[in-house]
Design a protein around this ligand. Structure first.
Ligand code: ZN
Length: 250
C-alpha cells in the first residue's frame, strides 16, 4: 500500500512537473500558461498528445523536435523527474498530514523558480509574491513550533540576503532576496540559515567544477537558483537532524 501511494505521488509529481516547466518558462515573460498550446519554439510545430507525456516523450523523441530536429533541453524532463521524486519524498516523510500540503507546494515553488532561474537568471515577482501570501496561509494552517518561528525566519532570510546584496554590490538579485522571505516562512529561523549555508556550498562546488571544466578565466554568471532550491529542500527535510548532529559535536 505504501509503495503504491509512493508511486502515485511520483506520477502526480511528474505530471505537475511538466506543467511547472511551462509556468517557469512563460510566467516571467508575461505569457499565459494555457495558450498558445505547447509548441516547438523553433519551427512552431504544435505538440500532440504523444509529445506531451512527461519524460517518456523526451526519451521517445531522443530529445529532438519531431519536425525540425532541434534539440530539446534535457532540463525539462529532468525537472519532471525531480518533481516526481520531490512529491514522493514529501509523502514518504510526512504521510497524509497537513504538512504534506506545505511540502508539495514548497517542492512546486522550488521547481518553478529553478526553471525560471535557469532560463532567464531571474525569479519573477509574479511567482514570489503569490507564493509569499500562499505560505503565510499555509503556516497558519500547519504552523511551526512556536508559530512565530515562520515569521522570524522570513524576516531573517530577507534581511540577511538584503545585507549580502548590499555588501556584494549587486552579486545577489532582488528576486533572491524576496525569495528568502518566502523560504523563511516555510523553514523557520535556523533552517533558513542552514539553507543559505548549504546553497552557498553547493554553488561554490558547482562554480569550481564549471570553472575547471571550461578553463575559463573570466567570470561567467551562474544561476544561483538551483543551489538555493537544493539547499532549501535539504534543510526543510533534514535541517533539524543536521543541526542536532552539529550541536552534539561540542
Ligand atoms: Zn521544431
Amino acid at each position: 500500500m505504501e509503495m503504491y501511494n509512493m508511486l502515485v505521488f511520483f506520477l502526480f509529481g511528474v505530471i505537475f512537473g511538466s506543467f511547472y516547466n511551462v509556468v517557469g518558462l512563460r510566467v516571467p515573460k508575461g505569457e499565459s500558461v494555457v495558450s498558445p498550446p505547447s509548441h516547438c519554439t523553433v519551427c512552431d510545430r504544435r505538440l500532440t498528445a504523444i509529445d506531451l507525456v512527461p519524460i517518456f516523450s523526451y526519451l521517445l523523441l531522443k530529445g529532438r523536435c519531431r519536425k525540425c530536429k532541434t534539440k530539446i533541453s534535457p532540463i525539462y524532463p529532468f525537472m519532471e523527474l525531480m518533481t516526481g521524486l520531490l512529491f514522493m519524498h514529501s509523502y514518504a516523510i510526512f504521510g497524509f498530514s497537513k504538512e504534506l500540503i506545505v511540502a508539495l507546494l514548497f517542492a512546486s515553488l522550488l521547481v518553478i523558480m529553478t526553471v525560471s532561474d535557469i532560463a532567464y537568471m531571474l525569479i519573477p515577482n509574479k511567482i514570489v509574491y503569490p507564493a509569499f501570501v500562499l505560505f503565510i496561509a499555509l503556516r497558519w494552517m500547519s504552523p511551526l513550533d512556536p508559530w512565530w518561528y515562520a515569521f522570524v525566519g522570513s524576516a531573517v532570510g530577507f534581511s540577511l540576503l538584503l545585507l549580502i546584496a548590499i555588501l556584494s554590490k549587486g552579486g545577489m538579485g532582488g528576486g533572491d532576496i524576496k525569495l528568502y522571505a518566502v523560504l523563511g516562512l516555510v523553514l523557520g529561523v535556523w533552517n533558513t540559515l542552514l539553507s543559505l549555508f548549504l546553497a552557498s556550498l553547493i554553488a561554490l562546488g558547482y562554480g569550481a567544477f564549471i570553472l575547471a571544466k571550461r578553463k575559463q578565466k573570466r567570470r561567467v554568471p551562474i544561476p544561483f537558483g538551483p543551489a538555493i532550491a537544493l539547499g532549501a529542500w535539504i534543510s526543510y527535510i533534514y535541517g533539524e537532524q543536521m543541526i542536532d548532529w552539529y550541536l552534539r559535536l561540542f
